[in-house]
Design a protein around this ligand. Structure first.
Ligand code: MRU
Length: 371
């Protein structure tokens, strides 16, 4: 079956079970990921402030899901109150963009989505294509829907390209949660796994717990099990042995940002995994849509988010956070790391596999895209 036929078939027949993001006409409904896997609760958001809080406090997380949520957040700027004429609408959107852009600094999809939404609004107003703010906000909802649909399409394609790297019986090492909970669709790192499952290929996953926020333990283990994929949870400290003993055949992780030279920013722990995979000869793949690529910045310009020290001092349990150390111990809590391109076997994107040398192939791909 060719790629287009398979993409069409999967889109028609396969969706992960959990609903993560849903637009309900005048409000955004989000699955609150802080409570998983113990409780399934949804948040109803009606204002830009509420959306910014949900992104900042990680009720919604994962670069693509943050981007999609922020896109709807922009539309909400024109629903939450009567802003008046189109000039005022653009001003309200500028404020919303500023507010939302200050939530999570590393996720490239956030800035990509905000710029796309603001750019769309400005172009519509300047071209005289909308008569009033009500028409503009409907156009913005349509644009956010398009961003969501394009993400789903990209992930199905990543799944179709990525599944070609998986042999029946393989075990895949991942990191954090780069699954449907992080994107609202098939996930990035999990897309090849879900497509394998759809095609009846036997595939299993080893998920590191991913301290401090425990995305691996709380989210990846949960969503894979919910979707019928065999998953084994490990402590982060077991990654070295798992790779040395070849208990996995390959690693697939997601990305929050990928630079033009192929440097990858992803959840803290990815760098350890990549270096160890390289040392022990295990292929290491990154799966990300092209909206995650940042072709403007250099590594020294990328801000790595540092979060609340209590994330490290505590662990999350079904009964809330519990301290595992002194409540005032000094902490360093960077939540992303930076993996140099030499450790990456290839990047799985919606346009195919970008292989080494990554810098040359990313440049070639960008040139093709803009020609
Ligand atoms: O801090 P988080 O949970 O937002 O971090 C998420 C990750 O690091 C993911 O791997 C990345 O965003 C890719 S999600 C498909």
């Amino acid at each position: 079956m060719n790629v287009e036929d398979l993409v069409k078939e999967i889109k028609a027949n396969f969706r992960p079970k959990l609903k993560v993001i849903e637009w309900k006409g005048d409000r955004l409904v989000l699955l609150d990921q802080r409570l998983l896997p113990f409780e399934t609760r949804y948040l109803e958001l009606k204002t830009v402030d509420a959306v910014a809080d949900a992104i900042r406090n990680m009720a919604v997380r994962g670069a693509p899901a943050i981007g999609i949520t922020a896109a709807y957040g922009m539309a909400l700027a024109l629903f939450e109150r009567d802003v008046g004429d189109l000039n005022n609408a653009l001003k309200a959107l500028e404020l919303a963009r500023d507010k939302l852009s200050r939530t999570r600094p590393t996720a490239q999809n956030l800035f990509w989505a905000l710029n796309r939404m603001y750019g769309k609004a400005k172009a519509l107003v300047e071209a005289g294509s909308v008569k009033n703010t009500k028409e503009l906000r409907e156009e913005l909802v349509a644009e956010a829907n398009r961003i969501f649909d394009e993400e789903l399409d990209a992930e199905v394609r990543m799944g179709v390209y990525g599944v070609q790297l998986i042999q029946p019986g393989d075990w895949v090492l991942t990191q954090c949660n780069a699954g449907s909970l992080a994107t609202g669709a098939l996930g990035t790192a999990t897309a090849p796994i879900y497509v394998a499952k759809y095609l009846g290929i036997d595939v299993s996953v080893i998920a590191p717990e991913t301290r401090p926020w425990q995305q691996g333990a709380r989210l990846t283990a949960y969503e894979l099990r919910e979707n019928g994929v065999r998953v084994k949870l490990i402590a982060d400290t077991a990654v070295g042995l798992v790779l040395r003993r070849r208990l996995v055949n390959l690693a697939i992780v997601g990305a929050d940002r990928i630079l033009a030279d192929g440097t990858v920013y992803n959840k803290i722990g990815t760098l350890n995994e990549a270096v160890l995979a390289h040392e022990f000869g295990v292929p290491f793949y990154v799966a990300a849509p092209t909206s995650t690529f940042d072709l403007e910045h250099k590594p020294e310009e990328v801000r790595i988010e540092e979060r609340d020290p209590d994330e490290v001092r505590t662990v999350r349990t079904a009964h809330g956070n519990v301290y595992v150390t002194m409540t005032d111990i000094d902490v360093y809590n960077p939540v992303f790391d930076e993996t140099p391109p030499k450790y990456i076997t290839a990047i799985i994107t919606e346009v195919g596999l970008l292989t080494q040398p990554l810098d040359r192939n990313i440049k070639r791909f960008v040139a093709q895209r803009s020609s």
